[in-house]
Design a protein around this ligand. Sequence first.
Ligand code: UD1
Ligand code: MG
Length: 462
Amino acid sequence: MLNNLNIVVLAAGQGKRMKSALPKVLHPIAGSPMLHRVLDTARALKPSAICVVYGHGGEQVRAKTNDDKLLWAKQEPQLGTGHAVQQALPHLSSDGVALILYGDVPLISANTLAALVAAARADKLAWLTMTVANADGLGRILRDQKNHVQAIVEHKDATDAQRQIKEINTGFLACPVAWLAHWLPKLKNANAQGEYYLTDILAMAVAEGRAVETHSPAAEWEITGINSKDQLAQLERIYQLEIAKRLMAEGTSLADPARIDVRGTLTCGDGTICDVAIDVNCIFEGKVHLAPNVKIGANCILKDCSIGESTEILPFTSIDSATIGKGARIGPYARIRPDTTLADNTHIGNFVEVKASSVGVGSKANHLSYIGDTTIGENVNVGAGTITCNYDGANKHRTVIEDNVHIGSDVQLVAPVIIGKGATIGAGTTVWKDAPPAALTLNRKEQTTLTNWQRPTKLKSK
Ligand code: UD1
Ligand code: MG
């Protein structure tokens, strides 16, 4: 039994058809670079080593992939998939098992790979193949009359009869590292593309009488590789639909499963009860948790946040890096920015921006406000048009609004400033000194009426 697993990720291809300065494997699917998805799946298999074979744009790939434990093998020039794996060979432990993955096949599942690894640990060459409707351009699996796999022939090298075969090579395989070390140096490049084909090791295994086993993935999208923006967009939609199906299976109501985008991890409900409802065109980024009975209106963008039970997020609301309690009502058109905590039963209304602030239980800011760097206590009412003036042009300052404060409309709170417990601030006041508790603070402004004043009239044009 070979325990130690060595994963090789091929990522040296240029990806010319993406027409991009960004290396192909860094293009995102469901919010993270394709290569990072593959690496996450690789890590889920608990390997002892992961080696990425890189080439074109490799420095950018390395810089954007922060993992000290990764091993990197440069392939230059790129002489084929067999040559690519050969570059990784010195990094692999000779008494382990090797698994070959692809940086541009982002959605392969850990379950599918685990089956290949298990077979390789039992001293077999395990190869992932699939019967597909359109095999164009792909390597075909050749079998004998007894249906035993014999070899792989690339589309460009195949005869017309072989091109009728619908069982294709996905590229994924696993086997003892020692076998790779034995076969790879024997590869020849006498083929239509003048490349060292990794696929040729299958015929070598058969010739040597080694045990060869084929497996198939549960779904075709697992083995779909990306070469163009069109393919990337199609795979994105397929994957989003899979996420939508999972959410619905867990009890989430989606107004339209084709109109949700999860670019990270979205969890809904508490595992038993869900009753979360999400309207159309919402985007979830990073890590988002929606507690039972949360309702999300149309066109909301939620990033790295957690929303408490029975809270309602109304349409066109944007939330980034915030924690929101139970029974709250946020939006429509609210903007909740990083480092914000909104306690239970808070109301944040339309065109209200909240940044780096905490809002206590039952407090409300319902209309047209900016609340930045502020601590708001419980049962506070912030009137329409209230602005915290937190920035003096050089530094940010905090505003503290204690429990049961009532702030009238159109108030400016010039930070640093403290509004004492139970204070009332008159409408239109500019508060630039601390306001004492339980009293009314206001700026006295005289109201005068000019009775003999006349509205200007429009001048007649000549
Ligand atoms: C390869 C397979 C083919 C299979 C298909 C599935 C071979 C010879 N052929 O064909 O049987 O059906 O994938 O998509 O293996 N790469 C390198 N270095 C190289 C060449 C390729 O790292 O020198 C990497 C690419 O970045 C890519 C992968 O290997 O991730 C496959 O390369 P690609 O050129 O797409 O192979 P195909 O000709 O499509
Ligand atoms: Mg290809």
